[in-house]
Design a protein around this ligand. Structure first.
Ligand SMILES: Nc1ncnc2c1ncn2[C@@H]1O[C@H](COP(=O)(O)OP(=O)(O)OP(=O)(O)O)[C@@H](O)[C@H]1O
Ligand SMILES: [Mg+2]
Length: 242
């Protein structure tokens, strides 16, 4: 029996107040347990799509379902964890408070939030910085905290908007390893990236979008075949030229 998709977009449309059409009747299905990459040039609509899924912007039309539920329902919201493209940490909170506040916001009781925050600080090597506020962290530490915060409430659908933008080589490998572990543990991953070798390395399924429309969507292998390409980078270049 087919399982309910982790994410289902039907005719999703977003026109900003400026009149700009950022998503144009966009359909997409991401199955439960997928490792899914959303690729596309600057301004393609990736962050708009993610913001719509996470209720950060109001959509103009269409439907968004998260594990079968309308995305506006509290139960649907709780199943999603988002690490945003812009590092948006509260500058007045230290590392541990950042995690605890997030846990509280998602309805975790204090004891579970403390336990989980401890776990997250260990996983992301932030324990020594527990009492340090965001502005005093290095850029890489802020990225790790952003990811730790997104995972605090153990979301089933983890959305990562350019999680490795601007991080050094070593941290990128660490983040890859962590995201892979998360995926193996059963989470559905939706990530955007401009590093095509990252998509090649991680993603099992990929959608390429441009101008708010879907250009291609398939498994990494299916895309390479369809475009007669040896790499996702090659697929991307060919898709953009089409
Ligand atoms: N708040 C806004 N008001 C008006 N237009 C917006 C707003 N946010 C985004 N846009 C426009 O919507 C389009 C899609 O932007 P979006 O941020 O979704 O792109 P993206 O694919 O995430 O790009 P990038 O790779 O640069 O992050 C762009 O033309 C952008 O200028
Ligand atoms: Mg973006």
């Amino acid at each position: 029996m087919p399982t309910t998709p982790a994410l289902e977009l039907s005719a999703l449309t977003k026109r900003y107040d400026s009149g700009l059409l950022a998503l144009d009747r966009f359909d997409l299905e991401v199955h439960d347990g997928a490792f899914f990459g959303l690729l596309g040039p600057n301004g393609a609509g990736k962050t708009t799509l993610i913001s719509a899924v996470c209720n950060l912007i109001r959509v103009t039309g269409g439907e968004i379902r998260i594990f079968g539920l309308d995305h506006r329902q509290p139960d649907a919201r709780r199943m999603v964890g988002l690490a945003e493209q812009d590092v948006n940490l509260d500058r007045f909170l230290d590392v541990e408070e950042t995690l605890l506040y997030h846990g509280g916001y998602y309805g975790m009781d204090r004891a579970s939030a403390r336990r989980r925050a401890g776990e997250m600080m260990d996983v992301f090597d932030l324990r020594a910085k527990a009492g340090v506020r965001a502005p005093q962290l290095s850029g890489g530490m802020r990225r790790r905290l952003l990811l730790a915060r997104a995972l605090m409430h153990e979301p089933r659908l983890v959305i990562l908007d350019e999680p490795t933008a601007g991080v050094d080589f070593e941290l990128r490998l660490e983040l890859w390893a962590y995201i892979r572990r998360l995926h193996r543990a059963g989470a559905t991953i939706l990530l955007t990236t401009h590093y095509l070798e990252e998509a090649e390395e991680l993603c099992e399924e990929i959608a390429i979008i441009r101008g708010g429309r879907l250009l291609a969507r398939d498994t990494a292998e299916g895309l390479r075949e369809a475009y007669e390409a040896d790499s996702i980078a090659d697929v991307y270049v060919k898709a953009m030229a089409s």
